[in-house]
Structures are given as C-alpha cells and as structure tokens.
Design a protein around this ligand. Structure first.
Ligand SMILES: NC(=O)C1=CN([C@@H]2O[C@H](COP(=O)(O)OP(=O)(O)OC[C@H]3O[C@@H](n4cnc5c(N)ncnc54)[C@H](O)[C@@H]3O)[C@@H](O)[C@H]2O)[C@@H](O)CC1
Ligand SMILES: [K+]
Length: 464
C-alpha cells in the first residue's frame, strides 16, 4: 500500500520523533536521502553544477544539508536564498564549510545541471511568491528535484492555484503526502522517491493500492463453490441507440471474476451474439450495473435495480437519475463532466479540485464515488480515498468506461465492498490497459480481454 498522510498527521508524527531523538537527526536523515537521490539523478557528483533554491524554513534546510553532501562529492553547489533574512543557519554553515557558495541572483549565470527546489515544503501557504515565480520561470528547462513537494502546490488537497515548480523527481520523507497522488499536483511531482525517516503514522486518509494489495483482495473461487456461490452480476446497460455500450459493459463483467453474468438491457441480440456465456433476461443477482449507454431507459433501469435492494454500480446515463442519497450500497462511476453535472458546477472546477468534488459527491449521494481521470479517485462517504495510478494515458478511449463499470459490478457481486470494488476494479482496468497496450494504444475490448492475464500474474506470487 502506498499511504498518503495529511500535513497535520506528519507534523504530529514528526513531533514525537523530534522529542525522542537528538536535535537535527531527522533533518540529517532527510537530507542524506535527498543527496543520494540527486546523485542518482545526475549519475554522479563530481563536476556537476547544482543550484539550490532555498526558502526560509526547514525545507530550505534539507536542501542546504543535501547541498553540503553534494559539494563533498565534488559538485559545484550554489544556493539562492529566497527567504529574505531568514534561512536555516546551520544548513547554510554546513554548505559553506564544504565549499558551496551563496549567489545573489541567477539572471546572468550559466544554467546548472539540476535545480534543487527547497523553497517550501509542508509549511508552504498560498502558492509561489513573485520573486520565486521569476526564478522558476528563468530556470524553465533545467530539471528540478523537489524537496518533499514541488513548491507552490497545495499539499493536502492536490490543488494548484497558480505558478508552481514542475519537478522531474520529488524526494519526500516519512510518508507520501496527498499532493503526490492526487492531480493536478501529482502531475507536477515527476517520479516520487520516498525516504524513510522512521515516522510512526496513523492510518492514511488517501492511499494507492499496489499489486500485492490487489492480489489480496481479488475474489478467488472456493474449492467447494459453484457458479452461484461465486456471485451473479446483472447488467442493465446498452440500448437500441447505444448497443455497443451494453456489449462492452458485459465484456468487463464477463472476465471470469464471477460465476455468471446476466443481461437485462436493450441490446440483447448483440450482447448474446458477442457473449454466448451470458444469460439474457431479468433474474436474481448479487449486484447490478446500470446506465452505461442506457439512453432514456437508464432512469427506469436504475429504479428497478434499486428496488432489488442489492449493491449497484451506476454509470453514465444512470448518473443523471441519481438525485439524492442512495438507499443501497453503491459505486458511482462518473467522469469529470458527469460529476460536474451531478453537483451543479463547471467541469473545470471538478478538474481543478477532483479530490474535493469526489468527497463532496460521496457525502451528498451516500455512495462511493469513483471519479475517472489520469489518477482515478475512489472516495467513500466520510472516509478513505483510493487513488489508482497505474493506468497508461492510452486508456482514455471510447468504451473503456463501460468496461470499467462492468468489471466493478462483477467485483461487487463477488462480495467486495463498493470501495474495494472501485479500487480493485480501477487498478485491474489500468493494469489491463498497460498489459494489452505494452506501451502503445489499446481499445476497450483489448482492456477487457487482458483482465484475466493481469489476474493470473497477480495470483502467481513470482509474477507480482
Ligand atoms: N519537521 C521535521 O522534523 C522535518 C521536516 N523536514 C522538512 O521540513 C519541511 C517543513 O519545514 P517548515 O515547517 O519549516 O516549513 P517549510 O520550509 O515548508 O515552509 C515554511 C516557511 O516558509 C515560509 N512560507 C510559507 N509559505 C510560503 C510561500 N508561499 N512562499 C515562500 N515562503 C513561504 C514560512 O514563512 C516559513 O518560514 C518539510 O517539508 C521537510 O522538507 C525534513 O527535514 C524531515 C524532518
Ligand atoms: K519544495
């Protein structure tokens, strides 16, 4: 599991350790991990030119101590102090003692090989200040290693209000922060490298499943089970207008993770022709998937499915019929535009603050909300948020959402909670796209077809 904690949680955990350890121990741990990451990025220290951007707090202190270590390895290290008269004094003394120097500005200077961004970390408030914006702009094109977070992003929300650092690598300490997982800030982090500094942390509000977590949650058949004990998922998706959505939703449901798939939508001839294993017609199910390509019939399909009292996945056209708290366990799977309509806001607002809006929708509709995106969010009411980070950008293709809805429905029918079904379903969906595409394009049917291959790899320990 990759855990992301809030600033408050990190500060509390750091406070306990600071009391227990000799002064400066934590910062030395952090700075030494940072220095190794910069050396790794540069492929060595000797002869390299490093520019430290140093703010007034401990984030700047980390940069200065790491700069001292890099200077000791033969790098030419310069520091630009952006905190006015305030600087981490001991860090600065350490840098100067190793031959580093302070520069007054970067305007006429040769560009360095790497910039270390120690402007602000978890103590940053309100985006980059104008002097920092000008420096960052001047250095555009030079790779940046960010200390803890790229300066200028909002650490606890993943929101980005204005200009900010765009890092090639972010070196963080103790645990991930929410900005490392949640877009748009996550896009500014580059590769995130975690340095262990020995923090003891409470459960994380935001997490990202890893392959071993997904393997542990994957429903596997009981030796004495039969198709009904494995679960039956029902699909009410597709219509005369959008028959393909019914087929794709069924292909996501029919990837072998449940004992049986039932289809009760408006595209039965095509579904049956493409999926002879599917039983056509209403009947008993453990979960319904409603709405993908459902057209005008989606509202009726949602009402009938709710009346059955089983857990639901509600997608696409079905979402327009969700007007208040749901009375059954449910997973809603909107993209940003659909979530914006559900909440009565603009799409751009959702894209700028996906975590805030996914959480708000989970509260309003009393359901788990899976907000599709580059980093898909799965938010439960008042609770955790899972972020799926494994999907390649090629997955943004027509019909892939229908496959996801069907896949999540199968996991619900197999007995997973809506939260786990959303987190596991979106992970399998992303991993299947990566497997099928192998670095190149995929289509929605390719994604569904690759799900069993991904599951096979997860279940064979040597392949995880
Ligand atoms: N507390 C600890 O034990 C550890 C902290 N570490 C480092 O310390 C950082 C946190 O240090 P601080 O609490 O000193 O906070 P920061 O260094 O993140 O920033 C706070 C300082 O920046 C100023 N500031 C706030 N917003 C600003 C803005 N928008 N532009 C310019 N300046 C701004 C504040 O006036 C304050 O002086 C972490 O991110 C991490 O890098 C690490 O050394 C690990 C151990
Ligand atoms: K920083």
């Amino acid at each position: 599991m990759r855990n992301a904690h809030t600033v408050e949680q990190v500060r509390a955990a750091e406070g306990l350790l600071l009391d227990a350890l000799p002064e400066g121990t934590l910062m030395r741990r952090a700075a030494s991990g940072l220095a190794f990451a910069v050396l790794d990025f540069l492929g060595g220290g000797y002869g390299r030119r490093v520019l430290l951007l140093v703010g007034s707090g401990d984030n700047g202190g980390d940069a200065l101590y790491a700069g001292a270590a890099l200077a000791r390895r033969g790098a030419g290290v310069e520091a630009l102090l952006l905190g006015g008269d305030t600087v981490h004094r001991r860090g600065l003394a350490a840098l100067l003692a190793e031959g580093g120097r302070v520069v007054a500005d970067v305007a006429g200077a040769h560009l360095p090989d790497v910039v270390v961004d120690g402007i602000v970390g978890i103590g940053g408030q309100g985006g980059l200040r104008p002097d920092a914006v000008a420096v960052v702009e001047h250095l555009r094109g030079v790779p940046v290693v960010a200390v803890d977070v790229p300066s200028g992003v909002d650490v606890d929300t993943g929101e980005v209000a204005g200009p900010h650092v765009e890092a090639a690598v972010t070196v963080t300490f103790g645990t991930h922060k929410i900005a490392h997982l949640v877009d748009p800030a996550a896009r500014a982090c580059g590769a995130v490298h975690l340095v262990d500094i020995g923090l003891d942390l409470p459960p994380a509000p935001v997490l990202a499943l890893q392959a071993s977590d997904v393997a542990a949650l994957l429903p596997v058949p009981d030796a004495a089970g039969h198709k009904y004990t494995r679960g039956v998922v029902g699909v009410r998706a597709g219509s005369a207008q959008y028959p393909g959505a019914g087929v794709l939703c069924v292909s996501g449901a029919s990837t072998g993770l449940v004992g049986m798939v039932r289809y009760d939508g408006g595209a039965d001839a095509l579904v049956h022709a493409c999926h002879p294993e599917v039983v056509v017609g209403a009947g008993q199910v453990q979960a319904w998937v409603v709405g993908s390509g459902g057209g005008a019939d989606a509202a009726k399909a949602l009402a009938r499915s709710r009346a059955d009292g089983v857990p639901l996945v509600v997608d696409a056209d079905g979402l327009a019929a969700v007007d208040g708290p749901l009375d059954v366990p449910a997973l809603l799977t909107p993209h940003a535009g659909e979530l914006a309509r559900m909440l009565g806001v603009d799409r751009a607002e959702v894209e700028a603050a996906p975590l805030r809006h996914a959480r708000a929708a989970a509260e309003r509709f009393a359901a788990v909300v899976l907000l599709k995106g580059r980093h898909t969010l799965v938010a439960e009411p008042g609770g955790r948020v899972a972020v799926t980070t494994v999907a390649p950008p090629w997955l943004a293709t027509a019909g892939s959402g229908d496959v996801l809805a069907g896949l999540c429905g199968a996991l619900l029918a197999a007995g997973l909670t809506p939260f786990d079904a959303g987190a596991v379903g979106s992970w399998l969906h992303g991993a299947a796209a990566a497997t099928a595409g192998a670095g190149g394009p995929v289509t929605a049917p390719d994604v569904a077809a690759a799900v069993p291959t991904v599951c096979r790899a997860l279940l064979a320990p040597s392949h995880v």
